[in-house]
Design a protein around this ligand. Structure first.
Ligand code: SF4
Ligand code: SF4
Length: 109
């Protein structure tokens, strides 16, 4: 059996922070109906990056597994920063539109 990250479904709140950490292999997927994540046995590299990211201690490698620390730290460092979300992008677009309307209104005065 492959060594993969294990999810404690009693603790997982489905926040998907771990999916961001696992941005290289995309081994973690949210189960929308249950609101928890699952780890793909085929895709998990057992790097441990998700374990570092989860604020609820809900995902971890088995205690006997030795994570690939170099891989884990490089993946964690690369994916820990929040990406620009669609909501933020939408708000920015709205703000730009409002500013444009104000400029046009100023020109007509
Ligand atoms: S970061 Fe933790 S709580 Fe959030 S979805 Fe992943 S395992 Fe669940
Ligand atoms: S151990 Fe690494 S590859 Fe496996 S689910 Fe976690 S972040 Fe993804």
């Amino acid at each position: 059996m492959a060594t993969i990250a294990i999810v404690n479904h009693e603790r997982c709140v489905g926040c998907e922070l771990c999916t961001r950490a696992c941005g290289v292999t995309h081994a973690i997927e949210l189960d929308l109906q249950r609101n928890w994540v699952e780890v793909s046995e085929e895709l998990c590299w057992a790097c441990g990056a998700c374990e570092r990211m989860c604020p609820f201690n809900a995902i971890a490698l088995p205690f006997w597994a030795e994570p690939n620390k170099e891989l884990r730290d490089s993946i964690y460092a690369k994916n820990r920063k929040p990406k620009k979300s669609r909501v933020v992008a939408q708000v920015s677009d709205d703000t730009a539109e409002e500013e444009e309307e104000e400029v046009l209104a100023g020109q007509s005065n």
